[in-house]
Design a protein around this ligand. Structure first.
Ligand code: CMC
Length: 431
């Protein structure tokens, strides 16, 4: 916990309270209101947590104004260019970049945990073929707690570490299996000779009947998508994982809760929603109609893949992915794909429209990741599972940090109650 660096004075009626303030290493100061109810008899009110720090953390920092995202201090654009996903996983989990030996050992550990318990295959078969892969993932990841009992004791640091490695390693296998099941193809086992991203592509696109060679450019683009989604401080799904964990729930249950939250279209589901929107627009001539709808206050329609709660200038992840999108589209020779034409024109039209400029709305990471994944051949239903498998390390790192904090306690927000005051029960014949 940071040291007190100031005091905020708060007047409530005739009471004057001194509230401690802390300064973070970067970012705005915070006011500690933990004693507010005890001393002032009031709660604070902040639906959506727009002004509330729910924990202290050393993992990720975002400066939304500057469009900056740092993992353990390292800017995301440098990590995306010079590092790779498993190295970023190590950095997020352990706090520092690994030495060559540490990295080799970590990669070996993850590679050796990619298979899932054979009996878990039965779970997949219990789902309907048309189940959304996110529904399958919520179920299967939650079910891991029924299979890996030796890593559910959260008071044992070694068990916490084993659970972390298992989740990072097995999530791509589970996502790929959910996909294979949905299209009626046999499951493809992980291949230890491939790196993390190439192995995922192999498990998704290989079939037993023929050889599948992973294109290194596609594997690199996949790895970038994983890296860019690895963590994003206290977003909705991460806060869900922390809240679930605050009650002492096991790691697999907590991550299943995170996956469920990520599924929503305002969060990780936006990449799927964005591609569906592009398909609905269909042709560039219909773009003005959809832009007009996005601006119309009486129409709930929003441009999916645009805007962000924290970034109000640019999404640094989107900047990197835009470049990746160009590379992938060129490699695959699909620059003239009609859907991608709509995406490009929509981006240009929105960026030059004063409504979007005034409200600081610009393409976010989901806009470009959707385009790349579509070009690679993933169905839209797989976009959010790919986000989930990438974000697992962020959830796990935040979970691990929370459990190592001796001061952590169960999360229990208060409320502004606007319901009926106490009243007497009325028998049914008198209502
Ligand atoms: N299209 C049209 N108008 C928008 C959009 C949009 N995509 N996003 C925000 N606005 C308008 C909104 O109508 C509001 O206008 P007004 O002030 O006149 O009422 C203003 O901009 C502020 O919007 P808000 O809903 O108060 O902002 P928020 O910070 O609560 O929401 C958001 C952020 C990401 C949920 C929102 O921008 C949105 O719904 N975007 C589309 C979904 C999307 O792409 N989500 C992915 C986010 S990035 C991945 C992740 O981190 O999960």
């Amino acid at each position: 916990m940071a040291k007190q660096t100031g005091t905020a004075k708060l007047t409530i009626g005739d009471k004057e309270l001194d509230l401690p303030m802390y300064s973070p290493s970067v970012g705005p100061d915070v006011i500690d209101i933990r004693a507010l109810y005890a001393q002032g008899g009031v709660f604070t009110y902040d639906p959506g947590f727009t002004s509330t720090a729910s924990c202290d953390s050393t993992i990720t920092f975002i400066d939304g104004g500057k469009g900056e995202l740092l993992h353990r201090g390292y800017p995301i654009d440098q990590l995306a260019e010079k590092s790779h996903y498993l190295e970023v996983c190590y950095l997020l989990l352990y706090g520092e970049l690994p030495s060559a030996t540490e990295l080799e050992e970590f990669e070996g550990t993850i590679t050796n945990h990619t298979m899932i318990h054979e009996q878990m295959h039965m779970f997949f078969r219990g789902f309907r073929r048309d189940a959304h892969p996110m529904a399958t993932m919520v179920g299967v990841v939650g079910a891991m707690s029924a299979f890996y009992h030796d890593s559910t004791d959260i008071s044992d640091p070694r068990q916490r570490e084993i659970a972390s490695h298992r989740l990072i390693a097995k999530m791509p296998t589970i996502a790929a299996m959910a996909y294979k099941y949905s299209i009626g193809q046999p499951f493809i086992y992980p291949k230890n000779s491939l790196d993390f991203a190439a192995n995922f592509l192999h498990m998704c696109f290989a079939v037993p009947a023929e050889n599948y060679e992973v294109d290194p450019i596609l594997a690199r683009a996949m790895d970038r998508i994983f890296t860019l989604h690895a963590d994003h401080e206290q977003n909705a799904s991460t806060s869900t994982v922390r809240l679930a964990s605050s009650s002492g729930a096991n790691p697999f249950a907590c991550i299943a809760a995170g996956i469920a939250c990520l599924w929503g279209p305002a969060h990780g589901g936006a990449n799927q929603a964005c591609l569906e929107m592009l398909k609905e627009i269909g042709t560039p001539d219909r773009i003005p109609e959809f832009i007009a709808r996005a601006k119309d206050k009486d129409d709930p329609f929003r441009l999916m893949g645009f805007g962000h709660r924290v970034y109000k200038n640019t999404d640094p992840r989107a900047t990197v992915l835009k470049q990746s999108a160009d590379e992938v589209l060129e490699l695959l020779g699909v620059e003239n794909n009609p859907l991608l034409q709509v995406a490009k024109e929509l981006e240009q039209t929105a960026l030059s429209d004063p409504y979007f400029a005034e409200k600081k709305l610009f393409p976010n990471v989901d806009f470009y990741s959707g385009i790349i994944l579509e070009a690679m051949g993933f169905p839209t239903s797989m976009f959010t599972p790919i986000f989930a498998l990438s974000r697992t390390v962020g959830w796990i790192s935040q979970w691990k940090e929370q459990l190592s904090d001796p001061a952590h306690k169960i999360g229990r927000p208060r409320q502004l109650y606007m319901g009926a005051e106490m009243r007497d029960y009325v028998d049914v014949e008198n209502r």
